[in-house]
Write a new protein. Structure first.
Length: 253
């Protein structure tokens, strides 16, 4: 995957990111499948989508493979992941990317469209604490068109089930250790490789200047997400998928 910026195999970096994420979430593809099922059911097979906190464009990649006539705007602040996304989708006029901080009050002004059929995000908003996340949900109510959908698949821990949570965590850690012994990359390993690639090294350094090391927010429950989205102005909100540790909330305008 190393080389000059123009000669870099961005698809290889995209796939490497996917494998690293799957080390943490073996059911990652299942949540994407359910997400796109819901998009098709609610807004049809040619949606205009906002890929929120898009990273390398994992959602956009799957969206366009399933719905070739879809359009996507990816928004993120991470310069390294956006570099991979822009390289992967270079020349595809169905896709555009925006650099913006989702905690900034004016981030929506950077978007190329006033509204979207669907706003999709996965394993990203857990970086925000509940206060900023509630503010973001209120802003998204003004981005999703009437009748459109918002879907967020993320870590949503139910604090009322501590024994279930611990049992699942123990199994997950054991499986990760097995995968690691077989050569799987974790978060730190992956970023170390990115820092060594001339095409990504400068962007990776900027990324750590912005974010520092990995840090999670509050990871509230599915019930909190659904309630907060309704309070923010969405007409309906509920869970549409769950694993023992993660869930996906759907909100309809």
């Amino acid at each position: 995957m190393t080389g000059t910026t123009t000669g870099t195999d961005w698809r290889a970096w995209q796939e490497s990111w996917d494998r690293q994420q799957e080390w943490y979430m073996p059911d990652r593809e299942e949540r994407f499948r359910v997400m796109l099922d819901v998009v098709e059911a609610l807004v049809g097979p040619e949606p205009r989508v906002l890929d929120l906190a898009c990273g390398t464009g994992s959602i956009t990649d799957r969206l366009l493979r399933r719905f070739p006539n879809a359009r996507s705007t990816g928004v993120d602040l991470d310069p390294a992941l956006l570099t991979i996304a822009e390289g992967t989708f270079a020349g595809d006029d169905r896709v555009s990317f925006v650099t913006a901080d989702l905690t900034a009050p004016d981030w929506r002004e950077r978007l190329p469209h006033d509204s979207y059929d669907a706003v999709l995000t996965a394993t990203a908003l857990h970086w925000l604490h509940t206060g900023p996340l509630a503010v973001l949900y209120g802003q998204l109510a003004g981005v999703v068109r009437e009748g459109g959908a918002f879907l967020n698949a993320d870590h949503m821990v139910d604090g009322a089930t501590p024994r279930i949570n611990e049992a699942e965590a123990v199994l997950r850690r054991a499986r990760r250790e097995t995968a690691r012994a077989e050569g799987a990359l974790d978060w730190a390993d992956w970023w170390a490789l990115a820092a060594e690639d001339p095409a990504l090294s400068a962007a990776t350094a900027r990324r750590f200047e912005i974010y520092g090391e990995h840090a999670d927010g509050d990871t509230p429950s599915l019930d909190w997400h659904a309630r907060t989205l309704r309070d923010a102005g969405f007409a309906e909100a509920r869970g549409v998928w769950a694993s023992p540790s993660d869930a996906m909330v759907l909100a309809l305008r």
